[in-house]
Structure formats: C-alpha cells, structure tokens
Ligand binder design. Structure first.
Ligand code: GLY
Ligand code: MN
Ligand code: MN
Length: 432
C-alpha cells in the first residue's frame, strides 16, 4: 500500500492555516564512542511527512505557491564513498516532491526569509538545544528584518498539536505496516520458543529474535529486547540478557520488530523447560485473565484509564486469591495496593514510536478511542524474590503479557494475535 505523503502534508498545511510556517528538522546524530556514531534512526515526524530518511535535514511547510522546502545534505562523492548515497538537493525535489530544496548549510540564512510574512512558527522547542538556538536566532533576525508591512512570527506553537494528532490515527498504509511488524515479531517469538531450554543463555534467545527480525526485513528492533529469565523478570527494564536459564525458570521476553518505520511491542512469558509449575501457572492465569478483560474493554469511546481499570480490578482479585493481598477489592484498589505487584501502566499508544505520540488527556478528560488508534495492553504481576510477605512459592515469579490492539469501528483487532499466549498452546509448542 503506497503511502501518500503529499496528502499528509496537505492536511498539515490546512490545519496550520495561511499565516504559519512549520519547521521539522531531522533528529540529531549521537556519538557512541570516539569516532563511532549510534545507528541513525530516521526522525518519525520528518519521515511521516516526507518519507525522507537521511540525517542532517529539515522540512518547512507553509501555505503558498511553493509550500514544501527541504534542506538536505548535498551530493558529495567523497563522502558517499564512505557513508553511502545521498538523495541530494536535486533529488529532494525530484524524488520527494519538494517545491524548493537547498543544501542544509543554508538553513539558518534561508529560515529568516521563510519566516517573513508568517505570524506563527510551528517548531518543537526543547528536543535539540543546538537546533533551538539556530531557530531562535533566525526568528530574531526575521523580526529585525520585518518592516514596511512585513511581519515575522510572534508565536511559537508546539507542532504536536497538529502533527501528532494526525499520527495518532493510523491510516490503511500505516495499519498494514504495523501488521507487518507484528507478523515479523510473531515469527521471532516462534523461534524464541524453539530455542529456549535449560542451560541456554538469555542472549542466545535475544540473538534468535534479532536475527529473525532482520531475516524478514525488519530494519531494527523497535526498542532494546528484554529477555529476562527467573528473577530477572521482576526488573522491568532488564536488558543485560546474560543469565543462564535454569530448569524451572520462567522466561519473560519483551521484544518487537520495527518494520517500515512502525513498531510492534510484544511480551510473552513461558516456562524454560516447557511446563509451568502449579504456582507459575496460577500467576500466569491471573495475568492472562486480566489481559483478556482489558482487551475486551477496547472499543471506540473507551479510554486508557478504563482499560487500565479493567486490568487492575482483575489483577487485584487475583492477588487476593493468590494470598498476596488481603481485604475488600474496592478498598485495595482505592488504596492502590496492587502497585506492590503491578507497578506500571497497562497501555500506551503504539505507532512509529514504541511509546507513540498523541495526547492521552484532552481538556482534563481521558481521550476516547477512535477507529485507527493503536495501543498496547500489557498487564503483569511481579513478586520480587526477596519479598518475604509473599507466599514462598510465588517469590521470584514475574509475568507480563503484551499485545498490540487496533481500535476498529466494530471494536478492536489484536495485531499480535498469532503469537501464542494460552498456556496449553505454549506447552504444546514447546513440547515439539
Ligand atoms: N517494551 C516497552 C513497553 O512495553 O512499553
Ligand atoms: Mn513491551
Ligand atoms: Mn509496551
């Protein structure tokens, strides 16, 4: 499904109005160590509006005869021999639909004139201080220059109010990309189930995940994979992935492929030796039930707090059954006692960014779901190994189950449904 970048730009232009200019620079590059840089991941906003993936670039949009200007790195044979082909200044017009294009070195000077006769500047302050400095310098230069009936922007507006609201609702091409990312993740989890066994190391499973993503054309992981066996599952952002997995452990994997710049975000928890112990199974069933109830709440008009509340109620009931908490359910929820064993949120938006953009609250009210928005549903239950108040057989058990859920007109569709989570199915798969 071809992406219609021009249509996206047209929508932005319409929303910012006739007196505004929008500036979207690429995200900065970062040194990793000495003369090595971190892998460059194209800027989500810039990519959304142009499809352009190179670093050191900037886009401006403003209503008029030539709405789109792209600033890019110029062609440079010497650099291209080392770093690869560049689209170049002419390519920005020919391939990316820019009405005007310039060497990015000219950005500072040209921004001044681009801002003249505009009243609002849409620019995201605070993400890149060096760029902020350049943009503010250009703005003040434009104000000095503004005379004889010319104006310069008097307002700086956060572009997310336009851009991220568009990104929040996914179009058909975006949903197809997200389904593709989810399908690649499904293949990787299949490999992970097949590789996991007592005595193997967490990084061997991580290697299977990363290798499977790449083999199926995913450009990278959507975030650092968590491969957490045994007690490591209770460390929410565990990414060291270097423990030897033991007989009797659970393994929690939180990993997702990025494909076509869209993320998937999946968690599954399963027994390293292929069979849940009775205690593991009770915790697992509690999380699965909570997740099913939370997913059932996803439909147009529902909200993130509503989905979270469904998970929290179900988990709190289970915590009482498991002997982790004591007391009436409503009072426990009121006092947020569940946070002892379930300390994170249930959902976040998902899209080009794994924790995707889009407001969660509008005018003090939780935002209601609409067809095309995508969220994760990821309840968990974590009993720390040193928690002496918990029943002994539950200590060190951490379980999370996470799926990616698209809101549809009829309700919802689970994009990651192909990845097994019923305990019987997991045990059958691992017995093979
Ligand atoms: N993997 C990041 C998250 O689940 O939010
Ligand atoms: Mn996750
Ligand atoms: Mn998540």
């Amino acid at each position: 499904m071809p992406v219609n970048f021009a249509e996206r730009r047209a929508r932005v232009l319409e929303r910012i109005g006739p007196h505004a200019i929008l500036l979207v620079p690429s995200s900065p590059t970062h040194v990793r160590n000495n003369d090595v840089e971190h892998e460059y991941r194209p800027d989500s906003d810039l990519y959304y509006l142009t499809g352009f993936r190179e670093p050191n670039a900037a886009l401006t949009l403003a209503q008029g005869d030539a709405p789109m200007t792209l600033f890019v790195r110029p062609r440079d044979l010497a650099r291209e021999i080392w770093d690869g082909a560049r689209v170049g200044v002419d390519g920005a017009r020919a391939q990316f639909g820019a009405h005007a294009s310039f060497d990015v070195q000219e950005l500072d000077a040209r921004l001044v004139d681009l801002m003249l006769d505009r009243r609002q500047l849409y620019y995201a302050l605070g993400h890149d201080r060096a760029m902020d400095e350049r943009v503010l310098s250009a703005l003040f230069a434009a104000r000095r220059k503004a005379r004889k009936g010319k104006v310069a922007p008097t307002e700086i507006i956060e572009p997310s109010v336009v851009l991220h609201e568009l990104r929040w609702r996914k179009d058909e091409a975006e949903i197809a990309a997200m389904q593709r990312a989810a399908d690649i993740s499904a293949k990787a989890f299949e490999r992970a189930l097949a590789t996991t066994r007592p005595g193997a190391y967490e990084y061997e499973v991580e290697a299977e995940l990363r290798g499977t993503f790449r083999r199926h054309g995913s450009e990278r992981c959507a975030y650092e994979p968590i491969v957490a066996s045994g007690p490591n599952a209770c460390t929410l952002h565990y990414v060291t992935n270097d423990r030897r997995m033991e007989d009797g452990d659970l393994l929690l994997i939180d990993a997702g492929a990025e494909s076509g710049s869209y993320a998937s975000d999946v968690t599954r928890t399963f027994p390293v030796n292929g069979r849940f112990t009775p205690a593991q199974r009770r915790v697992y069933d509690a999380v699965l039930r909570a997740q099913q109830r939370a997913i059932a709440a996803v439909e147009p008009g529902a909200t993130l707090p509503k989905v979270h509340a469904a998970a929290v109620r179900s988990l709190t009931e289970s915590m009482v059954e498991l002997g982790l908490l004591e007391g009436p359910i409503d009072a426990l929820i009121e006092r947020e006692e569940h946070k002892r064993y379930y300390m994170h949120g249930t959902s976040h938006w998902l899209g080009m960014d794994v924790h995707d953009v889009g407001r969660e609250w509008i005018d003090g009210e939780p935002r209601t779901f609409e067809p095309g928005c995508v969220l994760t549903v990821e309840p968990g239950l974590y009993v720390r190994p040193d928690d002496e108040t918990a029943p002994a057989e539950l200590r060190g058990i951490g379980v999370r189950i996470e799926d990616d859920v698209l809101v549809t007109a009829e309700g919802h569709r689970v994009l990651t449904a192909a990845i097994p989570k019923e305990p019987e199915v997991i045990e059958r798969r691992m017995a093979r």
